[in-house]
Structures are given as C-alpha cells and as structure tokens.
Design a protein around this ligand. Structure first.
Ligand code: DX5
Ligand code: ZN
Length: 305
C-alpha cells in the first residue's frame, strides 16, 4: 500500500507545521494536455509539433483557418486560438522494454531546434538510468520512466535531479503494476517524483483501447496526492477523458485523438474542458465570448476510430 502520508513533490509533511507550509505553497492543480507524437505524421514531426502546441497565432491565420476548417464566428475563432497544447508527449521505445522501436535522443535533439514546447518524454526503455544524461543533453523537459524497468527507482530520480538540465521527474506504471510499486520511491517521508503516469493501455503502441479498469489506481493516487500531477496515457479521447478526469487525472496524453483529427485544436480544448470540469471542478469557462461546457462540446465531435 502506498504510504498514508500525504506528501508530494519531495516535501516532507509528516508533521503539522510542515503540512501547513506545504499546503500553503502547493500550486493548484492545472489541466495539462499533451498530444503524443507517436500518432503524428512522422515525415514532418516538427510541423506536427507546431500544429498542436504554442501560440496558435504564430501560424498564418489563413493556414490555421483552412486546417481547422474554420467557418464560425470571431468568438469561436478566438476560442480556437487559445487552445494550444501544454506539452508534446514524446514516446521513446527501445524494442526491449516494449516490443516496438521509436526514436532516441538524436531525434529529440533535432526537434528541440524547431520547437519551444515542453517536451514530456516517456521512456519505455529497459535501462532508464542510461538515458538521463542523453535526454538532458537532447533538451527534454520531463523525464518519465517506468518503475518496472529500474533496479532502484530512487537512483533514477536522483540522477534526473542532478542532470545538467532541470527536468520534471515522472514515474510510470504499466497496467499490470499495482500502485504499491511506488512504495520504493519514498525517502525520509517524502515521495520523490513530481508526477505519476498511470498507463491505460499496455505500453508500446498507439491506437489501443482505453482500460477503464486502471481508474482505481488513479483514484487511489489522487486521494494520497491531492496536488500532484497524475497523468493518464493510452486510448484517451473525448469520451474516455470523462472517466479519467472523474477519477482525478489532470494530465492527459492523447495521440490518435489529437493527430488523427482534422480539428486538433478543438480536440485539445475539449479535453481540457473535460479535465477542468470533472477533475478540477471548475465552472464552465467563458472564453472568446462563448461559454464552453463539457458535454455539448464533447458531443459535437466524431471520435476517431
Ligand atoms: C503507448 C504510448 C502512448 C501512445 C498513446 O505506449 O505511451 O503515448 O502514443 O496513443 P493513443 O492516444 O493513440 O492511445
Ligand atoms: Zn506515452
């Protein structure tokens, strides 16, 4: 069982004054939407990265309008413009930890030259420790490794904290791994990682079906870590985000749902609305003169296959 001490982001709040300090300094949870590049047009990764992240207004308005098949009012247009993703999810697979190969540090390093986005790197590799230096050098912003792959997961966290580039540390759980595996990541009463990724498909491939049976893990983690980023990855779309957000996930990775859509900015915006409404319990947002609400927006989209 994960320790009952409610702690996150390396803070020890086992005593009362510490708890109060942590509560005061804790940043409120935010929605974070990260399209997975695995589903993009791989012949144009940099172009695809730009298509889903950053200030949309940097693109030519004409090109964006045509991409989004925009035909609505100025208010709707504004709404689309502020719908950029928060991060790019970059899946690194070594053909050993998972039966698939993707790309490694050299590709990420080249992409870094073409994108200012937050690079949320998900390492599906057998030896995560060996990747810490190369990923820092390549320009990763987030380093999420699988607890199943690490001999000593604390060693991996320590190496990331000591790396030449500051990186958010995430730890991922395969669907067959219980949350108790995270018990190895406590030290002196503090939970070491910044983020937990609950896989909602067996890692290795995009386009798989969302596993709702992973939600008890998300719920258990949210109860113990009220302010920590909890990410879900695999099979997320406009329907399944509802289940994940209700369970408490605030970080959504979505590959096929975003990149296979001809309206990616609207999908990102709708995923965000799902998290903000159902996980963060915020009222429906008013943006660009339009009140956005979760259900009507979700129902207005066709789900990708
Ligand atoms: C799967 C990867 C995912 C994948 C998600 O092993 O970790 O990030 O790209 O793709 P979709 O959203 O298509 O399931
Ligand atoms: Zn992933």
């Amino acid at each position: 069982m994960v320790s009952d001490v409610i702690v996150s982001k390396g803070q020890n709040i086992t005593n009362q004054p510490g708890f109060i300090m942590a509560a005061l300094s804790a940043k409120p949870l935010e929605s974070k939407i990260a399209p997975s590049l695995l589903a993009c047009d791989l012949s144009d990764m940099a172009g695809e990265a730009a298509r889903v992240t950053g200030p949309v207004w940097k693109s030519s308005l004409l090109s964006m309008a045509s991409r989004l098949r925009f035909s609505g009012s100025l208010a709707e247009f504004t709404q689309v413009m502020d719908a950029g993703a928060d991060a790019l999810h970059i899946d690194v697979m070594d053909g050993h930890f998972v039966p698939n190969l993707s790309w490694g540090p050299p590709v990420i390093k080249k992409l870094r030259q073409r994108s200012d986005a937050f690079f949320d790197v998900h390492l599906m590799v057998s030896d995560p420790l060996a990747y810490v230096g190369p990923m820092a050098d390549a320009g990763a912003d987030g380093f999420t490794f699988h607890v199943e792959a690490a001999t000593d997961p604390c060693d991996v966290v320590d190496a990331v904290r000591a790396a030449s580039r500051p990186m958010v540390v995430g730890v991922a759980l395969r669907p067959d791994t219980p949350v108790e595996a995270l018990d190895a990541l406590w030290r002196d009463g503090a939970f070491l990682p910044d983020l937990v990724l609950v896989m909602t498909v067996p890692p290795g491939f995009g386009g798989q079906a969302f596993m709702a049976d992973q939600m008890p893990k998300v719920e258990a983690l949210r109860r113990r870590f009220p302010t920590m980023d909890i990410q879900v990855d695999g099979g997320l779309n406009l329907a399944t985000v509802e289940v994940a957000a209700r369970a408490g996930a605030n970080c959504i990775v979505a590959g096929s749902a975003v990149f296979k859509s001809d309206r990616p900015a609207e999908v990102i915006s709708a995923l965000r609305d799902g998290v903000e409404t159902l996980a963060l319990h915020k009222p429906a947002r008013k943006r660009g003169g339009m009140v956005s609400s979760w259900r009507p927006r979700a129902e207005s989209f066709e789900h990708p296959p």
